[in-house]
Design a protein. Structure first.
Length: 310
């Protein structure tokens, strides 16, 4: 029977908890009245946590590649949200570091969770596991990654299956589509917005027709809490908004929201790594009771307002 982990008055560890998505998960756990949230991060971004001002947060500076540090941080935890990751770009540039962080680090977290008797692990995977496809992907779509990052996430997913079989460790895997929102430091939307706010022309690689499923980080944080609390284990779920937008459409919407008087610069000869990545999140709606609630226009407005305040 799957572990149903109550959020109120429970202790959680969030690896990568001061990062973009992790900090939003920490905030939602505090709203749910968790007894303690342990933020385990190699580089703690205090500005992402400052607004919480809550004694229920405990910060531990540590590296998931250090098994002893992970084990110590996990003692007494009811649930673990494993979000620490070396992202796509750095993993492509330094595959061995990606291996250490995303594969060995995940093994360390799962081993610590199993040894500590943690009730459930919620694992942050990515739509990168599917590779590039024109199809709208559901969770039965073949795993066809062709990047080191996607390969490392597939490895993490299969380590979860092995620990579930070997140690009975309950888990839920969440495969994120293109996440955006406040506190993000990279990605298409923040890159375009940064240039617009600086009075510069945004740059579009190719013709801008490449399209993605953009999902707001607040919805992603909600999906994590739903996964922890649901009567579900040993399963994988797409986490997306269910809507599709092209790069060109994103740029045009941000120009309209900011009121910038510029035209985008097209670089037709630049290589486009991905042409389409859009997934169905119907399974998450059906089994986790989760669905995205923020439409793209509202979400982009939120990002612009946040950027202007910072």
């Amino acid at each position: 029977m799957a572990a149903v982990v109550e959020l109120k008055r429970k202790r959680f560890v969030v690896t990568g908890g001061s990062g973009f998505i992790g900090s939003h998960v920490v905030g939602r756990l505090l709203e749910a009245e968790a007894a303690e949230v342990v933020v385990f991060d190699k580089v703690v971004r205090n500005e992402a946590l400052r607004s919480f001002g809550n004694g229920a947060v405990r910060i531990i500076e540590g590296d998931v590649t250090d098994a002893a540090e992970v084990s110590k941080a996990t003692e007494g935890a009811d649930g673990v949200f494993h979000m620490a990751v070396l992202p796509l770009g750095p993993t492509v540039e330094n595959p061995r570091l990606g291996l250490e962080v995303n594969v060995v680090g995940t093994f360390n977290v799962l081993e610590a969770a199993a040894n500590a008797g943690v009730q459930k692990v919620v694992f942050s995977s990515a739509s990168s596991v599917y590779g590039d496809t024109e199809e709208t992907m559901d969770e039965s779509h073949p795993l066809n990654a062709r990047t080191m990052y996607g390969a490392s996430k597939i490895a993490g997913e299969y380590l979860l299956r092995a620990f579930n079989d070997r140690a009975g460790l309950d888990y839920v895997t969440l495969r994120y589509m293109n996440v955006y929102g406040p506190r993000q430091q990279g990605g298409l939307i923040m890159s375009v917005l940064g240039r617009l706010l600086a009075g510069e022309r945004p740059v579009i690689s190719g013709d801008g027709s490449q399209s993605f499923d953009f999902v707001h980080v607040a919805d992603v944080a909600d999906a994590n809490l739903h996964a922890m609390a649901a009567d579900v284990t040993a399963d994988e779920f797409n986490v997306g908004s269910g809507t599709e937008a092209s790069v060109k459409e994103i740029v045009e919407r941000l120009i309209a929201i900011t009121g910038a008087e510029v035209e985008p610069e097209y670089r037709a000869d630049e290589r486009v790594l991905m042409t389409r990545r859009v997934g169905s999140s119907e399974k998450a709606k059906r089994l986790l009771g989760w669905t995205a609630s923020r439409d793209l226009d509202r979400g982009l407005q939120d990002v612009v307002e946040s950027a202007r305040r910072s």
